[in-house]
Ligand binder design. Structure first.
Ligand code: SIN
Length: 477
């Protein structure tokens, strides 16, 4: 253990016979950590359930102060957290630092929201009665989080859970458990009780899912990941009618109209498509570009893509990193090959990529049609497929013709069209003349097969609270 960032990991996290974590930039081993089996996870949930009552009994201010202390420690350790994230996920250091800030912002936000979990006093329907609502913590929660944002997807679940007075057990992605464990360590140092919030890596993900779905004390599960796995969790959790928040797959359209500010659209396209090497659920997955600006947009986008520096995330901190695994790089390459065989073509010259590691060159693909797999499958890689359209109704038809409904983007200078398209897109989030919509202050979440439930904003806290309606009678004068 030579890297100083490893000092954020407590010795008990490591286990030479456990889960091996490797760097996707070169396949080297980063650490081998303890993995929990089903029986051990059950014990962790039991202890979380026992811990939650004392935490819920604290005042909102006391909970808020502990969350604020955790936020402060995250800021102090930001560089080390970012470095751990780069080593395990390949995300370039600058982006990793950005994610640490983003992750910490959820903890800060929910430290503030903790004090605003207000109930209501409702004018009664009859004399001698009073109606109030209380907002109470849902209880013990479980979360299953992905590898693409190893910290932020945890804090936007754990922040509101703790703020609400719940306990929570997180199974992080098996590919990126190190920064998650470091986060747990900092939370405990900040005063979060040990059993109240646990990060429990598990080699056998489905075993963890089974414990979470069947343990009677788990009252809520929050999952970020694929639609396929989300459906399995939903079916298994149905037996105990558990509360769920599901943030699932996306197929975001990015629509550019003839009247758009093209420089701004290209900036937005770069930020949206190539952030995290294209591995985000809200990434622009297909570019719908109106015929009048199609060629100019492709030319400008291609020039920007050609200038991307691709390499190891430590040595190339401001460029683009590898994908999470060789398997994923090959999957993206297959999607591109299939599209080319069906008539699509690569625009311009793609940047060079390292020979070793899970790299895929960033590229723009033109001549894409809606029947190609690349136009309707979530790519999760640095490829920008461009589809030409002629008018607004065609763009809307193509954009909404998908079972997914997470994020969508539109670029147009026409104010009336901004509203028309924004309202007509069947998505949970819409960026108008902006390609980066994620922030702790807004309610992130999807519709249709992209899931339900909101993360961030005051809605994010409501996901971890039950409403109790109380009628007080016998108050006649
Ligand atoms: C995701 O990819 O699931 C989240 C991306 C974000 O928060 O911006």
């Amino acid at each position: 253990m030579t890297d100083p960032a490893m000092q954020l990991l407590r010795p008990e996290y490591l286990d030479a016979t456990g889960l091996k974590v490797t760097n996707p930039a070169d396949g080297s081993e980063v650490a081998t950590i303890r993995s929990y089996n089903g029986a051990e996870l059950t014990g962790i949930v039991d202890r979380a359930e026992a811990a939650r009552h004392e935490w819920a009994a604290r005042t909102a201010k006391e909970r808020s102060d502990v969350l604020r202390a955790w936020y402060n420690l995250m800021c102090i350790e930001a560089d080390a957290l970012a470095r751990l994230m780069t080593l395990e996920s390949g995300k370039p250091l600058d982006e990793a630092r950005g994610e640490v800030k983003y992750a910490a912002a959820f903890v800060e936000w929910f430290s503030e929201e903790a004090r605003r979990a207000y109930g209501e006093v409702i004018p009664p329907h009859a004399a001698g009665k009073r109606i109030v609502t209380l907002r109470q913590p849902v209880g013990t929660c479980a979360a299953i989080t992905p590898w693409n944002f190893p910290l932020a997807m945890i804090t936007r679940k754990v922040g509101p859970a703790l703020a609400a007075g719940c306990s929570i057990v997180v199974k992080p992605a098996a590919l990126t458990p190190l920064s998650a464990l470091a986060l747990e360590n900092l939370a405990h140092q900040a005063g979060v009780p040990q059993d109240l919030f646990r990060v429990a890596p598990a080699i056998r993900s489905s075993e963890a899912g089974d414990v979470f779905c069947t343990h009677p004390m788990v009252r809520k599960i929050s999952f970020t990941g694929s639609t396929e796995v989300g459906k399995v969790i939903m079916a298994k959790a149905a037996d105990q009618v558990k509360r769920l928040s599901l943030e699932l797959g996306g197929n975001a359209p990015f629509i550019v109209f003839d009247d758009a500010d093209l420089d701004s659209a290209v900036d937005g396209a770069m930020a949206s498509r190539f952030r995290n090497a294209g591995q985000t659920c809200v990434c622009a997955n297909r570019f719908l570009v109106q015929a009048g600006v199609h060629d100019a947009f492709v030319e400008r986008l291609t020039a920007r893509v050609a200038a991307l520096q691709v390499g190891d995330g430590v040595e190339n901190p401001s460029g683009m990193g590898p994908l999470i695994s060789d398997k994923d790089a090959n999957r993206v390459a297959d999607l591109v090959k299939e599209a080319e065989a069906q008539g699509a073509s690569k625009a311009g010259k793609a940047p060079a990529i390292p020979e070793q590691g899970a790299f895929h060159a960033p590229l723009v693909l033109t001549g894409v049609t809606t029947d190609m797999a690349i136009a309707h499958e979530e790519i999760f890689g640095p490829v920008a497929p461009v589809i030409r359209f002629t008018d607004e109704s065609e763009a809307m038809r193509i954009a909404n013709d998908t079972p997914f409904g997470l994020a969508a983007y539109v670029y147009t200078a026409d104010f009336a069209r901004q509203w028309r398209v924004m309202e007509g897109l069947e998505y949970g989030m819409v960026g108008v003349n902006d390609g980066l919509i994620s922030t702790e202050v807004a309610p992130f979440g999807g519709v249709k097969e992209s899931g339900f439930g909101r993360e961030g904003s005051s809605h994010g806290l409501a996901e971890y609270m039950n409403i109790k309606y109380c009628l007080i009678g016998g108050l006649e004068r």
